[in-house]
Ligand binder design. Structure first.
Ligand code: GRF
Length: 216
């Protein structure tokens, strides 16, 4: 089986990266991690990636005078690794428009809300302040505008009456760890792709059931 060569970009804890590494360790999984790239030298995820035996590159953004220079260095390293797809996983740098355009359709991100609700940071605070009863997470194509690309896959996660941002974040994160490997599998198997500004699905199942929250 030819596996989709995948790079993962991180800035911190890297738990989504770990979920992707674990998925890729399964013999029948259609993607492989060719590179983990961090822009923060002491990102915790770097050690996990090394322990898993995955190639790691550290490109500190502070070493570059401009965003363009940093993005060019990242681009060069991704090409050197022959990455077909780039997964942002808690990558806390905004990428420049030329970089995003170059990788458009091959650059995806996970965001801990049901986009287009609650973009940016402090997402779970936003969800709790808005009083929504269902939140979730979204894997989406990256476009130059932050958290605005088309959704590939979403998971709905109930907000409990006594939630604070931390508890909600924990519950959403569990869903993220399932959703990201699922989305990567669908892409690697050619069952989802970006075509003419739409996300096209082929042989993808969808549930019939509705989630209610609260229930009686
Ligand atoms: C996740 O909640 C992800 O959705 C968001 O940043 C967080 C990264 O967590 N983009 P981790 O580094 O994957 O543990």
């Amino acid at each position: 089986m030819t596996k989709l060569k995948t790079a993962v970009l991180i800035s911190g804890r890297g738990s989504n990266m770990e979920a992707l590494i674990q998925a890729c360790a399964q013999p029948d999984y259609p993607a492989e991690i060719v590179l983990v790239l961090a822009n923060v030298p002491d990102a915790v995820g770097i050690e996990h990636a090394k322990a898993a035996g995955v190639p790691v590159a550290v490109i500190p953004h502070r070493n570059y005078d401009t965003r363009d220079a940093f993005d060019s260095a990242v681009d060069a390293r991704l090409r050197e690794a022959q990455a077909d797809l780039v997964c942002l996983a808690g990558f806390m740098r905004i990428l420049t428009e030329p970089f995003v355009r170059k990788w458009q359709g091959r650059l995806i991100n996970i965001h801990p809300s049901l986009l287009p609700s609650f973009k940016g940071t402090e997402v779970h605070e936003q969800a709790i302040d808005a009083g929504v009863r269902i939140s979730g997470c979204t894997v989406h194509y990256v476009t130059p505008e932050l958290d605005s690309g088309l959704a590939i896959a979403q998971a709905a996660v109930p907000v409990h009456a006594d939630d604070n941002a931390e508890r909600l974040a924990e519950r959403v994160l569990l869903a993220e760890h399932k959703l990201y490997p699922l989305a990567l599998r669908l892409i690697a198997e050619g069952r989802v792709q970006l075509y003419n500004g739409r996300v096209i699905y082929n042989q993808v199942a969808a549930p019939e059931s509705t989630m209610f929250n609260p229930t009686d």
